[in-house]
Write a new protein. Structure first.
Length: 403
């Protein structure tokens, strides 16, 4: 990728959180994986003319309610990606960091002195890192790509500090975004964006997902226990309460493994709900798991379930299918159309009375589950090839920078 071409491009990724802040789930994984494939010189992109690429990540020490124990204000390599972390003055979800903004201005001026083309890629929205970085970039007349990461939808606009969000959106956010290229990770995310604002320049490119290098999908076990897994952040938006209510209606033997961390009070609320529904003995709570554990857990279960109220993409869907485990997801998950089109699982509404029969049907449909075990990994490796996705992202950067 970095070659002797005279085309020089500086891509500056600005994100409120970066690895190892995995408490934020999929977005942290997706942003870091994107940056890693972009700097990978061995991962060649067909059809893309070579250019001198300089990539830098500017972020905060955000790690949920805590801070990453990591040196600040100094450039460091994280899996070959240049990253600089800065302290934040405010916690989730504002992430105010004056030092980050000053450094962004410094990096922009340095790139200009090198006569490089510059693209600012801002990740997430509704936080001061994203909003103010966008203002800094626009002040310097630079092209900006904003990846909202699911933060631009009617759901996010009307939940949380919704009054403040609406005011910010009307007075500042909409004007800023209209001057940017918006990056959606799915057709649904594009539709979500258009539901809150008209925009003429929305590009759809899927998330970059870390996939296992080898897949040994086990054969379907015709045992009498249906092994279900939920692997995501434990958050009200993810629909675990609805899953519990659906499971309580089942007439089959099942177990549920929950892999993911969340707010302590919400976790306790879910555990009390499980006890009240008399299903608590069938549930195993693993907490946060690492990448290797994640794929092992997905591989060993029969069905991955995600009943999100709103989800722009859902990395776990691709991760699960990459090891041959079918999925049951709500129609509010960004990848629902893809799963339905390729017959890689089951789609449901957010209604327990509908979900329970679908769970029953997925248990009994051994034929489809076996087909997904066999064909799912092949389809995913082709559709979500890192080489293909790298080419798409590089094409986007070259277009907005007019190289």
């Amino acid at each position: 990728m970095i070659n002797t071409s005279d085309s020089k491009l500086d891509i500056i990724h600005v994100t409120p959180a970066y690895k190892p802040a995995f408490v934020y789930g999929g977005p942290t994984q997706s942003v870091s994986k994107l940056c890693e494939i972009l700097v990978d010189k061995d991962l060649l992109s067909d059809g893309i003319s070579p250019l001198k690429l300089n990539l830098e990540v500017i972020t905060t020490t955000a790690n949920g309610k805590n801070e990453l124990d990591i040196p600040v204000n100094e450039h460091r390599l994280v899996n070959n990606v240049g990253v600089t972390y800065f302290k934040r003055w405010t916690k989730d979800h504002s992430h105010f960091s004056p030092a980050l903004l000053l450094h962004l201005r410094k990096v922009i001026l340095q790139a200009k002195r090198r006569h490089s083309k510059i693209v600012i890629h801002v990740h997430a929205w509704w936080n001061l890192v994203s909003l103010l970085s966008c203002i800094v970039a626009k002040w310097h007349n630079l092209p900006v790509i904003v990846s909202p990461r699911g933060m631009l939808s009617n759901h996010t606009l009307t939940h949380g500090s919704f009054t403040l969000k609406i005011i910010i959106h009307r007075l500042l956010g909409k004007k800023l975004l209209n001057g940017c290229t918006l990056h959606a990770t799915s057709e649904k995310e594009k539709e979500d964006i258009l539901s809150v604002m008209a925009h003429q320049n929305i590009i759809i490119i899927p998330n970059v997902i870390h996939l296992p290098k080898t897949v040994n999908a086990p054969q379907i076990d015709t045992h009498s226990i249906f092994r279900l897994v939920f692997l995501s952040r434990v958050n009200p938006i993810k629909g675990l309460d609805l899953l519990f209510e659906s499971l309580a209606l089942l007439q089959i033997n099942w177990t549920l493994t929950i892999a993911g961390s969340g707010d302590f009070e919400y976790l306790e609320t879910l555990k009390r709900l499980a006890e009240r529904l008399n299903i608590d003995k069938k549930i195993t709570w693993l907490g946060q798991v690492d990448n290797q554990q994640k794929f092992d857990i997905l591989r060993k279960n029969d069905l991955t379930v995600l009943l999100s109220q709103s989800e722009s993409f859902a990395n776990v869907v691709i991760e699960s299918l990459s090891v041959g485990t079918p999925v049951l997801i709500s129609d509010q998950v960004g990848l629902a159309d893809y799963v339905k089109r390729e017959n890689l699982g089951w789609i449901c509404s957010l209604n327990a009375q509908e979900i329970a029969p679908i769970l029953q049907e997925s248990f009994h449909n051994l034929k489809l589950r076996e087909e997904i075990r066999t064909n799912g990994p092949k389809l995913i490796s082709k559709k979500f090839s890192t080489i293909e996705l790298k080419s798409e992202y590089l094409t986007l950067y070259k277009q907005v920078s007019q190289i």
